[in-house]
Design a protein around this ligand. Structure first.
Ligand SMILES: [Zn+2]
Length: 472
């Protein structure tokens, strides 16, 4: 399949041909979402925000500009992000007295306000989220959706009375992200990052690494327990029931909307283009009339009837009445990834039937019009299941167990995700990177994996089974 042979070219073609993005914007690392891409991104955002609301999160909108003073407050955080910051230094022709930065993430925008808002235990927990763009000056080669200097995400920030409550929040965040990714049929590894690769300022970080056809994993979400690190820096304290004052315990988590869209395209797409999970498809069902000479108006009327019936049933449905051949319409909607197509021809009209097909295996069947609604409902669920099954089996097939450096080098070169045993020494992690080009991404937290062989580098006793891959 072309997407595995030349991912980069395939991906660019799908983005453009399926009307998702136009990457010709004249600033490197910035791109344009066309209507189809903007609609899909909005759907992803909506289902995530619904889940956040259902679990007690509130929306907020913080400014894109952050003061240098606030940014500089948490030492590890500034060290981790400073090389990627876009600075605002001028207004008109005047140099600003105090420069500002475009948010690379919003801890340092939000937490000075948390310090005002949180006074007592009764103010806790705080659970806020916002969806928007963040800005990071990527120095590596930029790639549309996968590695951008401006990208869409949703970030949530929480504050709690103690470490245990923050730990419970980390679990809730993981559950929410797992639920969304499952609904989108995505496959990934849920990994605790090694200490040297945790979020700047966090106690620990957990990440969702989705597979990509070129072997570079795509981090689609992260969840961090911040402990009291930021509370200390921003003086976010509260009065306990007994009158003592304590730091809050915090978590934050980021859901990559652009990167989730990239994972949907990369994992589910095929040689015919995009394949959208029904839940985020702007159009779930397209009705294509197939008129024959003499029966045009009757077929059109029947197609309209089919369309109304499906619309009333609550599907996002479109009736394609353009002046094109049915073949051109099939090609177009397959490219755009619409999950289900309904064909309506003279024979269908005669028998009061419709011909339905799904996008993944492109198999057709005929059902009575009266049965169309339940048939399409189950077909949409079948699409999601087929996507998830296909994605999961690919993840398994591209994961390789290796126990020596030569095989590791071979596996990474072969675009695999390697599973290796590691002693947890930083020197061995560096050797792994230098020798193979892959990075240690972390160990699984959803499944316990005990190392059964020594460290792949030094031969000492291994402490962890870790996943090694190149990454975006
Ligand atoms: Zn070692």
């Amino acid at each position: 399949m072309k997407k595995f042979d030349n991912f980069s070219e395939w991906f660019d073609d799908v983005l453009f041909d399926s009307g998702l993005m136009d990457n010709r914007y004249p600033i490197k690392g910035f791109s344009v979402y066309k209507p189809w891409g903007a609609r899909v991104a909005r759907k992803i955002t909506e289902i995530l925000e619904d889940q956040l609301e259902d679990s007690g999160h509130d929306p907020a909108l913080f400014p894109v500009a952050i003061s240098e003073d606030a940014f500089a407050k948490e030492a590890e955080h500034i060290e981790g992000f400073t090389a990627q910051v876009f600075w605002i230094t001028h207004a008109g022709n005047r140099k600003l007295q105090k420069k500002m930065l475009l948010r690379p993430t919003s801890e340092t925008a939000m937490y000075p306000m948390f310090a005002y808002w949180i006074r007592s235990h009764a103010d806790l927990p705080v659970k806020l989220y916002q969806s928007g763009s963040v800005y990071r000056y990527e120095t590596k080669a930029t790639r549309p959706l996968l590695r951008m200097r401006e990208f869409l995400w949703n970030e949530a920030h929480t504050a709690h009375g103690d470490w245990e409550a923050a730990e419970a929040q980390v679990k809730e965040a993981i559950r929410i992200y797992n639920t969304i990714f499952h609904r989108l049929g995505l496959s990934y590894y849920l990994l605790k990052r090694p200490d040297f690769d945790k979020f700047a300022g966090a106690v620990y970080s957990i990440a969702f690494d989705a597979w990509n056809p070129d072997g570079r994993v795509n981090q689609i979400g992260t969840v961090h327990n911040l402990g009291e690190n930021f509370a200390e820096a921003f003086e976010i304290t509260f009065e306990e029931v007994d009158g003592t004052h304590k730091n809050v315990a915090q978590t934050c988590y980021g859901f990559g909307i652009s990167r989730t869209l990239a994972a949907v395209i990369a994992q589910h797409g095929d040689d015919h283009g995009l394949v959208l999970p029904p839940e985020i498809a702007p159009i779930q069902v397209v009705v294509v009339p197939i008129p024959y000479k003499g029966s045009e108006s009757k077929v059109e009327a029947y197609a309209q009837e089919v369309y109304s019936k499906l619309k009333d049933a609550g599907f996002r449905v479109h009736l394609d009445e353009e002046e094109k051949t049915p073949g051109e319409k099939y090609y177009h909607w397959e490219m755009f990834g619409v999950p289900v197509r309904v064909e309506v021809g003279p024979k269908d009209l005669e028998e009061r039937r419709v011909t339905i097909s799904e996008r993944v295996h492109r198999e057709r069947s005929r059902v009575a019009l009266g049965e169309a609604v339940p048939a399409i409902s189950s077909l949409l669920e079948e699409v999601r299941e087929n996507l998830e099954a296909g994605s999961r089996s690919t993840l398994e097939s591209i994961t390789a167990d290796v126990d020596d450096i030569d095989s590791l080098r071979g596996a990474v070169a072969d675009r695999k995700i390697a599973r290796v045993c590691w002693c947890e020494e930083i020197g061995c992690a560096e050797t792994i990177k230098d020798e193979s080009g892959g990075e240690i991404r972390g160990h699984r937290i959803d499944v316990e994996e005990k190392p059964e062989s020594p460290c792949i580098v030094c031969g000492a006793e291994a402490k962890r089974v870790v996943y090694v891959a190149r990454a975006y």
